[in-house]
Write a protein that binds this ligand. Structure first.
Ligand code: MN
Length: 754
């Protein structure tokens, strides 16, 4: 699948694209006259299909036993019959799609079950065939695989964001059971991407984006390198068709111009290596348009500045030869400093191994070279798939183990973040490349995302280590916990039993696991803090009443919990701490003895209002009681205590709503200014307001507002809003006003006049 430059030497078997069904028609001629005749009589599409089938048969013939080949071909005919009459959007017979998918898997030399499942992967969704029928005809394993792919397809067809996370989760779970489901799904997606031109533009863009976000990273993670590149390239082409076209054209032109130089470089490398006694395969490598696009965007370069669009690959027999080749190349051309990467000593998490270097060729042409052994090349091309290849031994390789570990860590993560979208965010992050490799004190290698800190490391080792870490040593040197880790660091975490996570860590941790665990801890802690505060407030309220918390009868607690519907004392404290309940009210209710609560309440069971409670106590604006008025208290969840007058017209309406009534009284030492309203009727208007105002001021009150109304009969109404300290104060003011000869009538108003 990798695009090789035409300068590549003929390898033993040319890697033909399994999907190039339309261009293979001419060369695929059946080995018997029958199929030859069929091809001649068929339409182009049918010819292409038959050619693709022959190609597929040849490919499986190269590595499967004859009886397995027969079963796979039988699956093709079974699928062909099931999809009979169905067409793709492009107009081709539907069977061309599963055939292309299976053909790709055959390219990776997958086992017969996977090939059978690939051929049948759409029959459960699109035809009447059941899982049982597949199991009957082709065995349980193939049926399970088809079922797994169908499940993913079904989720895929649902709506976007939320469903995508769900989709992804199911897919990963399926993958832990059998990674072949994913391989089939990836091959399916690849073929769909390759034939996306038949779709509407907006659908093309949507599928391209999904491929880019979900499937390409999975391919990368599984080490399916060339598949990964191809999915990325196709996603780019369909998501940004214009950019792709412009760039692709420019790349083609640039290559044409430099063909001679590239040929020269290739020739010198091919001559230099045998001279040094190294047998190697050297090939030119065209870089993907998407890779060039990324480089331009990330480094803000113009196209002409991205010169290193030439890459070479050297494949040798073994690991040692890789380093020998490196030496020869660095002697041949000047290497660019800081560009050498050794993925052989420190492989990527997906198992990729290679040496990367950049050189300055003739005429200053920058060139990139990858050097690897044949075995590494194989893993680089087909990654995890190489371990499901058709072979007899069933040993779990290191790569399979690390893939499994990765999946386990995702599942663990999923368990701690119940929100699907958040999970997808983590996974997206964790899927992208850019890892660092660090050592535990025991010499175990841990893989963390780039930018990960010592705290991430601590959580990666164990949740408890993360929650209790206090300091850290990197390579024997004590450094801050926020220190970013680098490749090869040896990290040691010190813990303390009393230590706990710091919210500041959230600003620099990079792994989903660390973030989820710190958040979890903070939430639990917030509840605890409210509860501690609440308990303190209640203890003070109890001692204000002349008691100790131990004076409270356990039965009173039980009754209180029962009445409020709270589960335990801790919850009561938390509600007090959060301001949902008033500590004095709770204290009084807890201290009220036995069933004679009603009588007790009159004496000591009510809450005293002192006027100094601040926002916790509010004077109801509907009735505006002032000290001395008979009052009643109302607790509103989350708002605090409202003090109403007994005469309040609103009380009746509030009854039965979500409120809790409490007995309140004015403390003898109550302080503060309270708003109240009076209505004064006077005989004549002129000068009267000034006289009234003077009397009010004389009585040490403030006028907050006044309005006048001429009633007729030469009578005038004046409405005052005053600040008073209580009923006594108000009485004094009213007495003063009554003494004025102009005042006819005078009374207090419960409500402000409107
Ligand atoms: Mn399909």
């Amino acid at each position: 699948m990798n695009v090789l430059a035409n300068t590549a030497p003929a390898s033993s078997t040319p890697p033909a694209s399994p999907f190039a069904v339309t261009v293979l028609g001419a060369q695929a001629v059946g080995d018997d006259g029958e199929s030859l005749k069929q091809i001649q009589n068929s339409s182009d599409a049918e010819q292409a299909l038959l050619a693709a089938l022959d190609q597929f048969k040849t490919r499986i013939g190269s590595y499967l036993k004859p009886e397995d080949q027969q079963r796979v071909v039988a699956a093709y005919h079974f699928a062909n019959a099931a999809h009979e009459g169905q067409l793709r959007v492009s107009g081709e017979a539907y069977i061309s799609h599963p055939l292309a998918v299976a053909s790709n898997l055959a390219d990776w030399h997958l086992d017969p079950q996977a090939l059978i499942a690939a051929l049948l992967h759409d029959v459960m969704e699109d035809t009447a065939i059941t899982k049982e029928q597949i199991a009957e005809n082709f065995g349980k394993v193939a049926a399970e695989l088809v079922d797994g792919v169908s499940k993913i397809d079904r989720i895929e067809n649902r709506s976007f964001e939320e469903a995508q996370a769900e989709n992804f989760r199911k897919m990963l779970l399926a993958m832990t059971r059998d990674v072949r489901v994913i391989l089939i799904k990836l091959a399916d997606r690849l073929h769909n991407m390759q034939t996306l031109d038949a779709m509407r533009p907006e659908k093309r863009r949507r599928i391209a984006n999904e491929t880019f976000d979900i499937y390409a990273p999975i391919a990368n993670r599984l080490g399916l390198n060339s598949l990964y590149r191809e999915l990325e390239e196709l996603s780019f082409r369909h998501a940004y068709p214009l950019r792709y076209r412009v760039l692709a054209k420019a790349v083609k032109q640039a290559r044409g111009n430099k063909r001679e130089v590239v040929g020269k470089i290739l020739e010198s490398i091919r001559t230099a290596l045998p001279k040094a006694g190294i047998e190697a395969e050297v090939m030119g490598r065209e870089k993907h348009v998407f890779g060039i696009y990324c480089k331009m965007r990330e480094k803000h370069l113009t196209f002409s500045q991205v010169l290193d669009i030439y890459g070479f690959r050297v494949v040798v027999a073994d690991r040692n030869a890789c380093y020998q080749v490196l030496g020869v190349l660095h002697a041949l051309y000047q290497p660019l400093p800081g560009k050498f990467k050794d993925y052989i000593a420190l492989p990527k998490v997906n198992g990729y191994q290679s040496l990367h270097t950049q050189l300055i060729g003739p005429f200053g042409t920058p060139i990139e070279v990858q050097i690897r052994s044949a075995g590494m090349n194989h893993v680089a091309e087909s990654g995890v798939a190489s371990h499901w290849m058709y072979k007899d031994e069933q040993t779990l390789t290191q790569l399979q183990k690390s893939t499994h570990q990765w999946l386990q860590s995702l599942i663990e993560l999923q368990a701690t973040s119940p929100d699907n979208t958040e999970f997808l965010e983590h996974v997206k992050f964790d899927l992208f490349p850019g890892e660092v490799y660090v050592f535990t004190p025991q010499g175990k290698i841990l893989t963390l995302p780039r930018g990960a800190t010592a705290v991430d490391f601590a959580y990666a080792v164990h949740t408890d280590i993360g929650n209790r870490c206090i300091s850290c040593q990197i390579n024997g040197e004590t450094v801050p916990l926020r220190t970013e880790l680098r490749n090869g660091d040896r990290v040691e975490i010190a813990t303390a039993s009393h230590a706990h996570p710091n919210p500041i860590w959230l600003t620099y941790v990079r792994t989903g696991k660390a973030r989820a665990q710190i958040r979890h801890f903070m939430k639990t802690r917030q509840d605890d803090e409210s509860s501690t505060l609440g308990e303190r407030l209640l203890t003070r309220a109890i001692s204000d009443l002349g008691h100790l918390p131990t004076d409270i009868d356990p039965i009173a607690w039980t009754r209180f919990l029962h009445d409020t519907g709270l589960r335990e004392r801790h919850d009561v404290y938390a509600e007090i701490g959060l301001g949902l309940r008033l500590a004095p009210v709770v204290a009084r209710r807890l201290l009220a003895r036995d069933g004679n609560l009603q009588q007790d309440a009159k004496a000591g069971g009510s809450v005293s209002i002192r006027g100094t409670e601040g926002v916790a106590v509010k004077i109801a604006s509907c009735c505006r009681p002032i000290p001395g008025d008979p009052i009643i208290g109302l607790i509103r969840k989350g708002q605090g205590l409202f003090v109403h007058a007994h005469s309040c017209p609103a009380i009746g309406k509030l009854h039965g709503s979500k409120t809790e009534w409490v007995d309140v009284n004015w403390d003898p030492a109550v302080s503060g200014q309270y708003e109240t309203y009076i209505h004064v009727v006077t005989r004549e208007a002129r000068g009267v307001l000034a006289k009234l105002a003077a009397k009010i001021t004389e009585a040490e009150s403030n006028i907050m507002n006044v309005s006048m109304h001429v009633d007729g009969d030469a009578m005038t109404s004046l409405y005052f809003t005053l600040h008073v300290t209580g009923r006594m104060h108000l009485a004094r003011i009213m007495r003063g006003l009554r003494g004025l000869p102009e005042v006819v009538r005078l009374h207090r108003q419960v409500e402000t006049r409107r």
